[in-house]
Design a protein around this ligand. Structure first.
Ligand code: SF4
Length: 473
């Protein structure tokens, strides 16, 4: 759950990277960083906080160059340490390398041990540094970045969309199962890659297509070339991107997230209709679902919770106490819309249940007679090992409770989660091409102690540099 971007543009990149990261802010609010290359030197700046707090106009004007990468971070692997802020920057054999990564490796421990035994030292606790060390080691042996990416892909197990800047050439690659989103756009004088299409839109650039699972994209001043390095028997797009993480206006792997959520809202009504005075959302992530529910049920959509838009997401606050306090500051009930009313309240998911409980209490305190909770995701049963900071099974309210027990716990009048079948139908992919690990406990990659249905991955053999093909949008 991070956001990445890479841009090569003859008109300069620092401002464009800034706005692209701004558009990706929802993917990580802990830290932000940008690296640029001006033809001779790597310029870099990063810090803790939101994009707008980390970068100032003087800082951006110092980030010179026509190629660069950026990152917004929410930590999944590695602690909240200053050295873990990305992009990570290296210099080796007089080459400048900068790297940023969205995802999470599940074989970090083995890879780190392997490279430490071979004499490598690590200065961060991130899996991104492991990717960098594998790449640098492979480049020093083979000389070709493309071959190095292939070696890297052979070794990495997990989810990864990666941007690398090497002496002004931008490389982007996506894991063979396409777990994390990644797309390509055309800027005014160049090209870009980014976690979500909203970053492309923010620059008034043209969305070209998604980076294919297992594909490597190379962008320099001459344009884009690409090649397929690995081909898996299926995809495993993260189903939670559609439910929660991605912005509703993002198009991921050809699907508009807003429409998925609206569709789910309609299906929520079909699966469990209820009579009520109004339909409201937990803003903002529940809004598209609630609009769909209102359309399906013909019950009017009335906002009953107002959001303070100057706060981050409570889901990604680090401690439970902070999250609970944040709910009250973040959401204010509109008493006149709630007094003596029966309300359908639609949200995207229930994780620990504490936020839902607090919201329902607030609505009852404001006079609501009934609060019928409808949830756009199926019950979350298991943790995520692939890049999303889900809590442990013990902390997940639905991991060992049936829906009625969850309803009692959050004090809702009624509760319904969308069925997994309806969710998959709304997204429009085959079930085999989606990761549903946190909903089913069955993962697309082998994970210690967990049930998995991994698939075979074929690698394209040969000298990769020679196989870089022309780009087709
Ligand atoms: S386990 Fe859940 S959150 Fe993690 S990648 Fe799979 S679907 Fe996404």
């Amino acid at each position: 759950m991070c956001g990445i971007v890479g841009i090569v543009d003859a008109g300069g990149v620092s401002i464009q990277l800034y706005y692209a990261l701004y558009a990706l802010q929802h993917r990580g609010q802990e830290s932000a960083g940008i690296s640029t290359f001006d033809g001779s030197n790597l310029h870099k700046f990063k810090g803790n906080g939101l994009v707008a707090d980390v970068f100032s106009p003087p800082v951006l004007s110092d980030l010179k160059g026509t190629a660069g990468i950026g990152h917004v971070r929410y930590p999944t692997t590695g602690a909240n340490l200053p050295e873990n802020i990305q992009p990570l920057n290296f210099q080796f054999q007089e080459r400048f390398i900068s790297i940023a990564h969205n995802g999470n490796l599940v074989n970090t421990g083995e890879l780190r041990a392997e490279y430490e035994q071979a004499g490598q030292i690590f200065t961060t606790t991130t899996d991104t540094e492991i990717i960098a060390k594998i790449l640098i080691d492979a480049i020093s042996n083979s000389g070709s970045v493309e071959d190095a990416v292939s070696i890297c892909m052979h070794k990495l197990v997990g989810s990864y969309s990666v941007v690398i800047l090497i002496d002004g050439v931008l490389y982007g690659f996506r894991d063979p199962l396409g777990i994390k989103p990644f797309c390509i756009g055309k800027t005014e004088h160049g090209y870009m890659v980014a976690s979500e299409s909203v970053a492309v839109d923010a620059l008034s650039a043209k969305f070209l297509r998604d980076v294919k699972p297992g594909e490597l994209v190379r962008i320099d001043s001459e344009g884009v070339r690409c090649m397929q390095i690995a081909v898996a028997g299926k995809c495993a797009h993260c189903i939670f991107e559609y439910i929660y993480f991605a912005r509703a206006d993002a198009v991921i792997d050809g699907v508009l997230v807003y429409d998925v959520r609206r569709q789910i809202g309609k299906k929520l009504f079909e699966e469990d209709p209820v009579k009520a005075d109004s339909v409201g959302a937990v803003p903002d992530s529940g809004t598209a679902y609630a609009i769909g529910y209102a359309e399906g049920s013909k019950i009017p959509f009335v906002e009953s919770l107002m959001k303070n838009r100057y706060m981050g997401r409570t889901f990604i606050m680090p401690t439970q106490k902070e999250r609970e306090r944040a709910v009250r500051i973040k959401l204010n009930p509109i008493k006149a819309h709630l007094k003596d009313k029966s309300v359908v309240l639609v949200d995207d998911s229930i994780v620990r249940g504490t936020t839902s409980k607090r919201i329902i209490e607030m609505m009852r305190d404001a006079g609501a007679r009934e609060v019928h909770m409808r949830i756009g995701s199926p019950a979350i049963k298991a943790p995520c090992y692939l890049g999303v900071d889900m809590p442990t099974r013990e902390e997940l309210i639905a991991s060992n409770r049936v829906e009625e027990e969850v309803r009692r716990s959050i004090t809702a009048t009624s509760l319904h989660h969308i069925s997994i079948e309806a969710l998959i139908e709304a997204i429009g992919f085959d079930r085999e091409n989606l990761c549903t690990g946190c909903l089913t406990g069955c993962y697309p990659l082998p994970i210690d102690g967990e049930h998995a249905k991994p698939c075979h991955v074929d690698f394209v053999d040969g000298t990769y540099q020679a196989k870089l093909g022309s780009f087709e949008a």
